[in-house]
Design a protein around this ligand. Structure first.
Ligand code: NAD
Ligand code: DAU
Length: 353
C-alpha cells in the first residue's frame, strides 16, 4: 500500500510523514517543490528508509503527476502543498494563486484521471484528502461560538481566499465527478520544524538572538493553537474513518491571545536559557498591524471527536515546552533555514513597520 503526499518537506507535511511511517508504516511518495519553506533536513530521521520516496516537483506539473500516479498507484493522495504564510500573501499574492488554486486544480484533474481508471473496489477505497485551514472561515467576534464545519466561508487574506478557492474545487470534484474527497480545517499549528516566519518560532529565535519580538497591533488577536503531531494524528484518523465528501475541523482547544503566547515563550526561555541582560519580555515591540488581520479564530473540534474519537494529546503547556526545547536543541536547523532569502523576507516585512 502506498500514499502520495504533496508538500511533505514543509512544516506540517514533514511531521505527517514522520508520524505516518512510525504509526502506519505504509510507503509514502513525497512530492515537494522545495520552495523557501520546503526543507529536506526535516526528513533526516528517515534518510535511507525505503518506505519514503522523495520526488522534487510541482503540483502544477501535470505530466509529472500522471507519471507518479501511474507508477506508484497510491490508495490515497494527501495535499499539503501550499503557500502558507498570510504576510507573504499580502506582499505577493501571485504564488498563492498559482500553487493553492491552480496547483490544486491540476492535482485534482490528474487524480481524477487516475481514479477513473481504477476498478470499482479500488475506486471506492481511494481517498483525496485536502489539508485546509480554519482561516477560510474568517474572523469571530469576542464571545461568539467557535467555528463549526457549517460556518460560512469568509476569507479575509489572499492566503485564506486561495485556500477557500481550493476547498471549493475539491468539493466540486466530489459532487460533479464523484471523486472520494475529505477536507480538513486545521487551526494554528506549532512544533518541530516550524519555519521562523510564523509567530511562535519567530519569537523564540528572535529572543535567543536578542532581537525585538514583533507583536502586530495590540497583540489581543486570538488563535487556537494545535501541536503539529496532534494534527498529524487527526489527519490519519480522518483518512481512516472520515465520511466521503465531509469536512472536519481540527483544533487544539487552546484559544490564546498573541500577547499571552509571547509572554509564555518569554517565561519559558527565562527558565530554560536565562539571558544575563534581563527578562526576555523586555524585547517585546508592538509594531504596525497586519492589514485585514483576523481578530479571533477558534475551532469547534467536536465533530471529529464524536465521529472518529480524536482529541489532541498535548496541552498548550506541554506542547510549547517541547517546541521551545526543540529549537534550543537544534541551532543548526535554525541557522540553516535563516540562510538565503530568509533575511530578505525579514527586512521586507519588518523594517517598514
Ligand atoms: P509550509 O509553508 O511549511 O510548507 C509547504 C510545503 O509545500 C513546502 O515544503 C513547499 O516546498 C511545498 N510546496 C509549495 N508549493 C508547492 C508546489 N507548487 N508543489 C509542490 N510543493 C509545493 O506549510 P505548512 O505550514 O506545513 O502547511 C501545510 C498545509 O497545511 C498547507 O496547505 C496549509 O494551508 C495548511 N495548514 C497550515 C496550518 C499552519 O498552522 N501552518 C494550519 C492549518 C492548515
Ligand atoms: O489558522 C491556521 C493558519 O495559521 C494557517 O492556515 C496558516 O498557514 C498559518 O500561517 C497560521 O496563520 P496565522 O496568520 O494565524 O499565523 P502567524 O504565525 O503568521 O500569526 C499568528 C498571529 O500572530 C497572528 O495574529 C499574527 C500575529 N503575528 C505574526 C507574526 C509573524 C505577530 O503579532 N507578529 C509576527 O511577527
Amino acid at each position: 500500500m502506498t500514499i502520495l503526499v504533496t508538500g511533505g518537506a514543509g512544516f506540517i507535511g514533514s511531521n505527517f510523514v514522520l508520524d505516518w511511517l512510525a504509526a502506519v508504516g505504509e510507503r509514502v511518495i513525497n512530492l515537494d517543490a522545495l520552495t523557501y519553506a520546503g526543507n529536506l533536513h526535516n526528513l533526516e530521521a528517515i534518510a535511507g528508509d525505503t518506505r519514503h520516496v522523495f520526488v522534487h516537483g510541482d503540483i502544477g506539473d501535470r505530466a509529472l503527476l500522471d507519471r507518479l500516479l501511474a507508477e506508484y498507484r497510491p490508495r490515497a493522495v494527501l495535499n499539503f502543498a501550499a503557500e502558507s504564510h498570510v504576510d507573504r500573501s499580502i506582499h505577493g499574492p501571485g504564488d498563492f494563486m498559482r500553487t493553492n488554486v491552480l496547483g490544486t486544480f491540476t492535482l485534482l484533474e490528474a487524480v481524477r484521471g487516475f481514479w477513473s481508471g481504477l476498478d470499482d473496489a479500488a475506486k471506492a477505497a481511494f481517498r483525496f484528502q485536502h489539508v485546509s485551514t480554519d482561516e477560510v472561515y474568517g474572523s469571530l467576534a469576542p464571545g461568539a461560538p467557535a467555528f463549526t464545519e457549517a460556518h460560512a466561508y469568509e476569507p479575509n487574506s489572499p492566503y485564506a481566499a486561495s485556500k477557500a478557492a481550493s476547498d471549493h474545487l475539491v468539493r466540486a470534484w466530489h459532487h460533479t465527478y464523484g471523486l472520494p474527497v475529505l477536507t480538513t480545517h486545521g487551526s494554528n499549528n506549532y512544533g518541530p520544524f516550524h519555519f521562523p516566519e510564523k509567530l511562535i518560532p519567530l519569537v523564540i529565535v528572535n529572543a535567543l538572538a536578542g532581537k525585538p519580538l514583533p507583536v502586530y497591533g495590540d497583540g489581543q488577536q486570538v488563535r487556537d493553537w494545535l501541536y503539529v503531531r496532534d494534527h498529524a494524528s487527526a489527519l490519519r484518523a480522518v483518512l481512516a474513518g472520515g465520511r466521503i465528501g465531509e469536512t472536519y475541523n481540527i483544533g487544539g482547544w487552546n484559544e490564546m491571545t498573541n500577547l499571552e503566547i509571547v509572554h509564555t515563550i518569554c517565561a519559558l526561555l527565562d527558565e530554560l536559557r536565562p539571558d544575563p541582560a534581563g527578562a526576555y519580555r523586555r524585547l517585546i515591540a508592538h509594531v504596525a498591524d497586519r492589514p485585514g488581520h483576523d481578530r479571533r479564530c477558534a475551532i469547534d473540534a467536536r465533530k471529529i471527536e464524536r465521529q472518529l474519537g480524536w482529541r489532541p494529546a498535548e496541552t498548550f503547556e506541554s506542547g510549547i515546552r517541547k517546541t521551545v526545547q526543540w529549537l534550543l536543541d537544534h541551532p543548526d536547523w535554525v541557522a540553516n533555514v535563516q540562510r538565503g532569502s530568509y533575511r530578505d523576507w525579514v527586512a521586507m516585512n519588518y523594517n517598514a513597520r
